[in-house]
Design a binder for this molecule. Structure first.
Ligand SMILES: Nc1ncnc2c1ncn2[C@@H]1O[C@H](COP(=O)(O)OP(=O)(O)OP(=O)(O)O)[C@@H](O)[C@H]1O
Ligand SMILES: [Mg+2]
Length: 148
């Protein structure tokens, strides 16, 4: 199913992310599509909040991967911007992180499309103005009716 939402500020994108995060389960993978400044890291900040994780989310641009460990679920946040081969992907530990109490969130997932697990939820963010975004979720019923 495809669900479409719009947000008018980064705060609204964080809130939509929070609602997504509340609905995530271990083994889920969120794959983002959307260019520079679309709001992928911003939404991940909300997802972490919704998962009950307290650490501030920062961009994994330089580290390639950031880990947020919780008592229950953990969130592993990747930036695949500079990943162009399966050998590169191995170095991020992508496959080692897949676990029953882990959620993966992948920026620039188009670079690793072949490696995404079955059931991956695709979140597409499109910049429709300075402060507005069209956000499309391709996933199951959990993500229906989570807008305002
Ligand atoms: N509705 C909105 N939703 C999300 N971000 C917004 C919105 N309106 C404005 N912004 C701004 O757009 C920027 C989004 O940056 P963010 O780092 O989240 O993008 P990104 O998709 O992760 O980019 P990159 O590919 O460089 O990692 C922030 O400066 C944020 O404040
Ligand atoms: Mg980012």
């Amino acid at each position: 199913m495809i669900y479409e939402y719009t947000t008018s500020s980064s705060a609204e994108t964080i809130e939509l992310g929070r609602r997504i995060g509340e609905r995530l389960r271990g083994g889920d993978c969120i794959a983002y599509i959307g260019g520079l400044g679309a709001g992928k890291t911003t939404m991940t900040r909300g997802i972490a909040m919704g998962m009950g994780l307290e650490d501030d989310v920062t961009s994994p641009t330089f580290t390639l991967v950031n880990e947020y460990r919780g008592a229950g679920l953990s969130l592993i946040h990747f930036d695949m911007y500079r990943i162009s081969s399966s050998a590169d992907l191995e170095t991020t530990g992508f496959f080692d992180y897949m676990d029953e109490d882990t959620v993966l969130a992948v920026e620039w997932s188009e670079n690793t499309a072949d490696a995404l697990p079955p059931g991956t939820v695709t979140v597409t963010l499109e910049r429709t103005g300075d402060e507005t975004r069209r956000i499309t979720i391709n996933g199951d019923e959990r993500f229906a009716d989570i807008g305002d």
